[in-house]
Design a protein around this ligand. Structure first.
Ligand code: NAD
Length: 254
């Protein structure tokens, strides 16, 4: 059990990669606090974990809202006394070139993807500093490093997350807190399904194009990213600090 006795928070774990990671962390002995803005989806994750013999609880919070995030932090500290692992996974996307992005969409995507990483860190890191121990995983994307069609705003948010990760690592290394980032390629989740439907006339053709772009010849599965998150959350990655971890089927070389 690689995470026995650990308390983990995973934002946006009512779906996709967050849910798969929550299941994986729980299977390795962590108590996982599931967070999402969709109560029903979050509760489904908890149910699935419990069905498999794991331990989890749900807390409804919007990661862009400081009051919600403080309440999430207090829920964790009040009930479990500590937070060992914070996986900032919640994220959204948009489709469009920069000339097509409306200012309200800019603000919304920036808010969820960047402020939604900053706020949980702001309120949770002080407890980790007190414990002189902690592990933070931030969800970036291969889009931080390569150009993708109609994803300029999304890419900018994920680039910001990667920079934030590296800079935070320098600040918190003296407190024995590790901060690393995950950069997935295209992983088949509801998020990608929605993107493909709105970006392309023919999503099937688009999927064929993505498969060609990734050296693996396939789209990734949420479990592929969950395994990487587990590695970063465990002591097996103790020498990784401020690092980007690519889980992208080789898209970075495409
Ligand atoms: P998903 O849509 O399946 O899951 C995202 C979850 O985040 C949803 O349950 C959603 O309700 C939740 N969420 C959205 N806004 C929130 C908020 N304000 N507060 C709390 N929760 C919120 O998406 P996914 O594909 O599993 O993506 C998860 C993360 O991985 C995202 O940050 C995404 O950018 C990143 N990512 C995904 C891919 C991919 O190909 N799927 C690739 C690279 C990076």
């Amino acid at each position: 059990m690689r995470l026995a006795g650990k308390i983990a928070i995973i934002t946006g774990s009512g779906s996709g990669i967050g849910r798969a990671s929550a299941l994986r962390f729980a299977s390795e002995g962590a108590h996982v606090i599931i967070n999402d803005i969709h109560q029903e989806h979050g509760e489904e994750t908890v149910e699935e974990i419990r069905k498999n013999g794991g331990s989890a609880s749900f807390f409804l919070a919007d990661v862009t809202n400081p009051v919600d995030v403080q309440a999430l932090t207090q829920f964790a500290i009040g009930n479990y006394g500590k937070i060992d692992i914070l996986f900032n996974n919640a994220g959204i996307s948009n489709v469009g070139r920069i000339d097509e992005v409306e200012p309200d969409v800019w603000d919304k995507v920036m808010s969820v993807n960047v402020k939604g990483v900053y706020l949980p860190c702001k309120y949770i890191v002080p407890y980790m500093m007190e414990e002189k121990s902690g592990c933070i995983i931030n969800m970036s994307s291969c889009a931080a490093e390569i150009g993708l069609l109609k994803r300029a705003l999304y890419s900018a948010t994920k680039g910001a997350v990667l920079s934030l990760t590296k800079a935070m690592q320098v600040d918190y290394a003296p407190y024995n807190i590790r901060v690393n980032a995950i950069l997935p390629g295209t992983i088949y989740t509801p998020f990608v399904e929605n993107y493909l439907k709105s970006a392309y006339d023919d999503p099937t053709e688009a999927i064929a194009g993505i498969k060609k772009r990734q050296l693996s010849g396939e789209l990734g599965k949420p479990e592929d990213v969950a395994n990487a998150a587990l590695f970063l959350a465990s002591d097996e990655s103790s020498f990784m600090m401020g690092s980007p971890l690519y889980i992208d089927g080789g898209v970075i070389f495409g």
